[in-house]
Design a protein around this ligand. Sequence first.
Ligand SMILES: C[S@@+](CC[C@H](N)C(=O)[O-])C[C@H]1O[C@@H](n2cnc3c(N)ncnc32)[C@H](O)[C@@H]1O
Length: 243
Amino acid sequence: MSVTSRYREAWESFWREAPDGPGAVFWDAEPALTAARHLALFEPHLTDPGLPLVDLGCGNGTQTRFLADRFPHVLGADLSAAALDRARAADPAGQAAYRRLDAVEKAEAGALHAELGDANVYLRGVLHQCEADDRQALVDGIATVVGDRGRAFLVEPSEAAGAVLRGLATGPGGPPPKLAPVLRHGIAPGEVDDAAVPEFLTAAGLAVLASGTLPLTTTEHGPDGTRIALPSLWFVAGRAASA
Ligand SMILES: C[S@@+](CC[C@H](N)C(=O)[O-])C[C@H]1O[C@@H](n2cnc3c(N)ncnc32)[C@H](O)[C@@H]1O
């Protein structure tokens, strides 16, 4: 199974047309407000920080470059070639490696694991907008890459974020300028039920080691000038001990 061509093209066209520069994309907040906070929650659960770290669905690589400053071997992987072009252009020193990967495609996740061995995985904002039929396969892909010794950190806008986003999209002035292109390209954010995420993890053979809530900082501002933050859920997961 792999993502539909409609879904893939939605991401390609989004990234081809996305404006350049820090903070131009809705979710592209500075790492001090995002990955840095996540690492504080993730690092205590790593069995081996020396394992490769895969930023799965890395987009333009803002968080990937931050992770590459802190871990010895970081790979940014994304479905979209246009996203990866941006990630590579923003990392001229090649601190991280980048590659195209459809994490829903079992053979691609398997090939990555065969090459890297067990890896730690960081995933921010990928599950909540993927197509309903792809969600379990995406989490299965994470479990494949993690293997026995890796750990995964997932942070995803929650159900409540879906309601916030729908409110913003249908406000009197229409969606705010950085959210409008996301919706125009046919990407549907905030669509996963909160209870479904741990169920996907369990069905993939992963145990939830820790979880919680966090505000997911965006780069967009509300009418009162404050940054819009979406409610989000985070999970640390690793291979469940076999019975
Ligand atoms: C909302 S963006 C988040 C980007 C990045 N994680 C961040 O926090 O800045 C979601 C990214 O996931 C990628 N993506 C979606 N489905 C994917 C899949 N099946 N395999 C790999 N990447 C995927 C998209 O191309 C997009 O770049």
